[in-house]
Design a protein around this ligand. Sequence first.
Ligand SMILES: Cc1ncc(COP(=O)(O)O)c(C=O)c1O
Length: 449
Amino acid sequence: MLELSKNEISQLTQDHVFWTWSAQANVDPIIVKEARGVHFWDANGKKYLDLNSMTMCVNVGHGEKRITDAMVKQLNQITYAAPGMATDVRSYASKILAEISPGGELKKILFTLGGADANENAIKLARGYSGKYKILTRYRSYHGATAGAMAATGDPRRWMWEPMLMPGVVHFLDPYRYRSTFHRLNHEITEEEFSTDYLNHLEEIIQFEGPETIAAILLESVTGRNGVIIPPDGYLKGVRELCDKYNLVMIVDEVMCGFGRTGKWFAVNHWDVVPDIMTMAKGLTSGYAPLGAVAMKPYIAEAFNNRVYQSGLTYTAHPISLAAAIANIEVIKEDKVIENSAKMGLVLRKMLNDLGEKHESVGDIRSIGLFGILELVKNRETKEPLTPWNNTSPEMISFRKYCLEHGLFLYTHWHTVLILPPLIITETELKEAIDILDEALNITDQTCY
Ligand SMILES: Cc1ncc(COP(=O)(O)O)c(C=O)c1O
């Protein structure tokens, strides 16, 4: 095993590593050395509680031997198989994904390497199936960094690459209650009215764009990085009905919110909605190996019965990744990880509410299962965000620095703090994290007027 010193790693990194999502001059990475459960350790032996499951993916926690053992066993059997070959892991992983899919109805599975290419393939399937080309997605969304997935992404990360991205995407507004465009003056409306207003907005866009030109609506069931926006009751069902009414394919992106994150296998299950296509990655292997998947209803697959599906990847259905996925799903079932997510989700919610009561800078709290967010503001009345749009602020930087210094690894995005621990977290570990957040929020409270 390669053993480099901390200084060697720093030097080689500085000389040779090109970072994604970063201005190269500003990167100061944690040198991570070891990880177990909900914790990891850096090269100085400092321990961190991982409140972001690394990249919102280590759902079953770090260092799970049942998964690594399964991967090693697979390595010793067959390491790689051509995309056109069948393997035991490919057939079995497809079967169990079909079984756990919403309503057990998404029976055909296409494997990819991660979330972006799962969404790329979902778009291709919808276009190939329907013969139409437009894709409707929401502004507050992220669907991946490849050209098609980035075009589908609504958030500012796509701006840098426009207009070279995939054409044909039209964005619409998200049902975001805290900052609802339609309801700035009226907070008294019911969940149902709120939902109806946003469905009417979507229907108007469908009509303006022309249903005969629209292949699919693609949306995160619960929006991830763009705000943990939980759809109001009736919203996803309403999107399903609009898809049926106008003959559009409904694609849900469960890359971040799938595999127990919200306290159910998939977030759509909370509202009993069955999409036509669902994309997955992250929690599919809990990050033990790269893997994405597209689950689809049989009629989508049948559209390609006598027509070649012109797409593929050298590493599709990689046996090592599939062995990791199968073992990961077994761990989720055996250890009742989803039940823990639901149970600890309630505990987390109470702890977040307490933080909200204590700290003026907490403007809004949203959570579902172990998928939570704090939205920080300078003023609760005006809801002025703690940072400018698409930017950070000195207070937000100090907030994150305080957390890291005190051993809490977490993700902040603009004026929000994301809370996505591994789903095996205990109440004591959650409390440990919340106590650090409690102290750190004193920094952001100072900006309040
Ligand atoms: C909702 C959602 N979709 C898609 C992706 C892209 O996944 P990947 O980074 O595996 O390509 C992400 C990644 O964060 C995501 O959160």
